[in-house]
Design a protein around this ligand. Structure first.
Ligand code: ADP
Ligand code: MG
Ligand code: MG
Length: 916
């Protein structure tokens, strides 16, 4: 970086080409030409009707950003390119007779809102406006184009508030009695131009630049500089786009959609990007230029109407759309303009689409033999599948939309509006569905967020506290609804002139960010029905579009199953969960937690175990728990017959099964004061106090607890072994595995194995059953990962508990930091995604990778899986595939997501394509 001579670009010497004609580029040059420029070049290369022009490279921008000035050769190269353009068209930029006009358009590698938009009609001034009027024979048009130039230039290049121009335009409309801008006559537009020029002078102290080349240079520089606006930086940080890429600038000869009724401008998609329905989909606006379509200033026409207006142009558009689709092999998004009947292409790119459209379009393209099933699979994502699985508002139900904000955490939630956490918890406790509505949330709102069916905030974006926490707990959330005014004191909110009081019902859609008045019925999504109940049930009542969607999901999910190398299991604690997981495609249970088997009615038995003061009384308590556990496991193994089922022995600290310390202390104190001492409660309080821990996450739990309470794990192992024996006796195929939690040292595992192995041998001897029960361990402490080579000698399998491993690697207590710290950390860029949501590859991932390698070195047939929630997170699944795990295990409803992503991981790793 140090030896750059003046005029060189990024150290590449003075001869660097900084300007490319559209005719000289192609879509492979996206790094240099940006997305828009590369695609304009590609369309030019294909012989499509693109107005000619040239692109200034991202390298020129990088130079400008580093040095604060354009690279020295740029000026000459632009002059030459402009000369070529002028010669090609036979017109000069800003000439007084028949002037060439150009647009100056930003265009980075990744499309990026927040950067400078486009300036159209560059080259117009007080003289060329007359030349333009004469050349096209339309004075109104010429003045309209000029006022647009000053307006756009003023706003984007000179940084003048757009409201000044807009209000001038509004009053001109009032003066002229015009409803829309097209009704403004030439004379009024001319006055408006004078007014606009006055605004420029007043705001900048300078005249609106009359020199066409100066207009061009200033506009290009403004594009460069817009790379570093706060909005653009913020966007890049969120989207993880590198800061040093820079943007290209496209200079493109103008074509005019505002030349009367035979002209217009439009946008279209080669298929419907919302539903995936085949056929062109778009909007057309007669007698309009550029941004008018999306600005929504007048009502647009459908493409069918466009076909009636101009059949030839519509036919050509259809033909080009098909051409682009086969060329790009994907849905394309197109901008076009019609100038006096002739079609011009102004932009194309691979189009964004909804989750449903992604699945449908991918399989349509397979059917049309444009892409293969493998490619189709890479075109959809687990996140999209997850979105399709959320319950939805009934599409047929009537609705009144109050506002559109940001969908921060998907789902459809209906509930009574409440304005504080306490009310949310209170109302939810009496069985009401509530929506917690806050300006923004903070850690104090956590209880309310847990209690609520959904969360609605009026401030903050997708990394706000509300958004992060809601996503973390799978709660539906809409955030940043700025049109809503909340008056928490008065317990009401206001949207426009609608007032919603506490207790009134609203419906929010966390996928789209919509907020609706009243209650909209919620229905299971057809994709969820398919996944849980099969294709036939899902198709029973489906219309053609829905059937097509379900068919697409089925096709791609089955392809993923054929393709993937990772096994997919579920975390399920009960037979019902297990059944659900099986329907959703789980190939086993990777984690069955046993703590729920100690709750409810059985809590008293656990109390007895804890309070036991002799080995005999402890054995008696354990003996009572044994048959209950055995029955639990027998049912579970029946449900999972023939599939591996990993049972994790008790993990949490014992005090979790005891009454709350404070409440019990108060109760006992009151009893003492009243002279009614209850000896049993007194003993219990002593136990609770003895077991109290200031940091239970790092306390007496897992294998440590087992070593302190002899017989506990042995009882569980006996229940497992007897259940397996019983199943064998019934002709079943139990494939049960026992997993020991929180091991940090191989000695701990040795000690426990000695105990468990003995029990299993006893059961086998006693029942005559041929029991083979693999025993493995969780790897959820850094020390376990660091000593994996030792631990592997004693374990038949490893299962990474990535939640605890994340907590202990970062030193985070999840319950404490997630609400208190994460919104800030995300905002400040400490991480781009919560390490509990997506595995921290650099830190936690390194431990996992090390442990896999060391474990397999010590024991080549060691089976390795993961049972943290990360097992269902798309990005983490790709990581687990890369490091060669045998399986992932996640909650049942994430199983389809993991299946899909595991299939994609196998393909993407193979082809080396990017993961996102
Ligand atoms: P964005 O990236 O915001 O879409 P564009 O550079 O594509 O910005 O331009 C904004 C609008 O101006 C689009 O509708 C585009 O079609 C139109 N436009 C751009 N260049 C020209 C041109 N040379 N002639 C006519 N319209 C143009
Ligand atoms: Mg565009
Ligand atoms: Mg754990």
């Amino acid at each position: 970086m140090n030896a750059m001579t003046s005029g060189s670009v990024a150290g590449r010497g003075p001869g660097v080409q900084l300007v490319y004609d559209f005719a000289d580029g192609d879509r492979g040059m996206v790094d240099l030409l940006g997305g828009k420029g590369a695609n304009l070049a590609e369309m030019t290369r294909l012989g499509l009707p693109v107005p000619p022009g040239f692109t200034v490279t991202t390298e020129a921008c990088q130079h400008y950003l580093l040095r604060g000035e354009e690279p020295q050769p740029l000026r000459l190269q632009v002059t030459m390119a402009l000369r070529r353009l002028e010669n090609l068209l036979g017109r000069r930029l800003g000439d007084v007779q028949d002037p060439l006009l150009v647009s100056v358009r930003s265009g980075a590698k990744f499309s990026m809102p927040g950067m400078m938009e486009t300036v159209l009609n560059v080259g117009l001034n007080d003289y060329s406006v007359k030349g333009l009027a004469d050349a096209v024979g339309d004075e109104r048009f010429a003045w309209d184009s000029y006022r647009r130039l000053i307006q756009m230039f003023g706003r984007t290049v000179l940084d003048i508030s757009s409201e000044l121009f807009e209000s001038a335009l509004e009053s001109a409309k009032v003066r002229a009695g015009a409803d829309t801008d097209v009704e403004l006559p030439a004379a009024v537009l001319r006055e408006l131009v004078d007014e606009f020029k006055g605004i420029v002078l007043e705001q900048t102290g300078r005249q609106f630049p009359q020199d066409p080349r100066e207009q061009l240079d200033l506009a290009m520089r403004a594009v460069f500089a817009s790379w570093n606006t706060d909005r653009a930086r913020l966007y890049r940080r969120r989207e993880r786009i590198r800061n040093d890429l820079g943007t290209a600038v496209n200079v493109c000869a103008m074509v005019f959609g505002n030349l009367g009724d035979s002209s217009g401008t439009g946008v279209c998609f080669t298929r419907d990007p919302a539903t995936g329905r085949p056929g062109l989909y778009g909007d057309y606006l007669v007698n309009a230029q550029g941004e008018d379509v999306v600005a929504g200033i007048r009502n647009t026409l459908s493409l069918e109407d466009f076909a009636h207006l101009n059949a030839a142009a519509h036919t050509e558009l259809t033909r080009i759309a098909r051409r682009l689709e086969t060329h790009y092999r994907d849905l394309c998004d197109i901008e076009f303009t019609v100038e006096r009947g002739k079609l011009w292409m102004l932009q194309t790119r691979v189009g964004k689409r909804t989750a449903a459209a992604a699945f449908r379009i991918a399989t349509q393209l397979v059917d049309e033999k444009v892409i293969t099933n493998d490619e189709a699979l890479t075109r959809v994502s687990g996140q999209q599948l997850a979105q399709l699985m959320f319950p939805q508002f009934d599409a047929d139900a009537p609705r009144t939309r109050l506002t559109l904000a940001m969908g921060a955490s998907p789902g459809a939630a209906v509930g009574k509006v409440v304005f504080d956490s306490a009310t949310a918890t209170a109302w939810a406790a009496r069985g009401e569905d509530v929506l917690l509505c806050r300006r923004e949330t903070n850690p104090d709102d956590l209880a309310g967020m847990i209690a609520a069916a959904g969360v609605l905030t009026t401030r903050g974006g997708k990394t706000s506290h509300a958004a992060v926490v809601a996503r973390g707990m799978g709660r539906t959330c809409v955030c940043g609804a700025e049109e809503i005014d909340i008056d928490a004191q008065a317990r009401k909110l206001r949207v426009g002139d609608v007032v919603v009081a506490e207790g009134d019902v609203l419906s929010i859609d966390g996928s789209t960010g919509e907020v609706f008045a009243g209650r909209i019925p919620v229905v299971p999504s057809p994709v969820a029905t398919y996944l849980e109940r099969g294709l036939d049930v899902a198709l029973e009542s489906a219309d053609a579009e829905t059937a097509d969607l379900v068919g697409s999901v089925d096709q791609l999910l089955r392809h993923a199953d054929r393709t993937r190398l990772l096994g997919v299991r579920a975390n399920a604690d009960t037979a019902e969960d297990a059944a659900r997981a099986r329907h959703l495609g789980a190939e086993g249970i990777g984690l069955c937690r046993t703590e729920h088997m100690f709750l409810g009615d059985r809590r008293v038995l656990v109390e007895r175990l804890i309070l036991a003061d002799t080995p005999a009384s402890r054995d008696a308590a354990l003996a009572e728990l044994l048959p209950l556990q055995r029955a639990d496991f027998t049912t579970l193994l029946r449900e999972m017959d023939g599939l591996p089922t990993t049972i994790r022995l008790l993990d949490p600290p014992l005090h979790e099964f005891l009454p709350d310390r404070t409440e019990l202390a108060v109760e006992v104190a009151l009893a003492r004061a009243a002279g009614e001492v209850d000896p049993a409660r007194e003993v219990l309080l002593t136990a609770v106090e003895r077991l109290h821990e200031s940091n239970p996450m790092l306390g007496l739990r897992g294998v440590r607890l087992a070593l302190m309470v002899p017989g506990l794990f042995a009882m569980q192992a006996q229940a497992v072994a007897e259940a397996a024996a019983a199943r064998l006796q019934d002709g079943g195929r139990p494939l049960v595995e026992i997993m020991v939690p929180l091991v940090g040292s191989v000695m701990e595992l040795h000690l426990i194995r000695d105990e468990i192995d003995g029990v299993i041998t006893d059961v086998a001897d006693r029942t005559g059953a041929d029991l083979s029960i693999p025993i493995g361990t969780m790897i959820e402490l850094p020390r376990a990962a660091l000593t994996a080579h030792r631990i592997a000698e004693v374990a038949e399998f490893f299962s990474f508990g990535t939640n605890d491993l994340t907590q202990t690697t970062w030193g985070f207590s999840r319950d404490d930091v997630e609400a208190a710290l994460f919104a800030t950390y995300l905002d400040k860029g400490v991480f781009t995604v919560s390490p509990f949501e997506s595995l921290d590859r650099d830190g936690v991932g390194t431990l996992v990778r090390m442990a896999v390698t060391a474990g397999r070195e010590a024991k080549p047939d060691l089976k390795v899986g993961v049972c943290g929630e990360h097992g269902g997170d798309p990005d983490s699944v790709h990581f687990f595939h890369e490091i060669g795990l045998d399986y992932v295990s996640c909650s049942p409803f994430r199983v389809p997501v993991a299946r899909l992503e595991a299939g994609r991981a196998a393909l993407i790793a193979e082809t080396g394509a990017g993961a996102s």
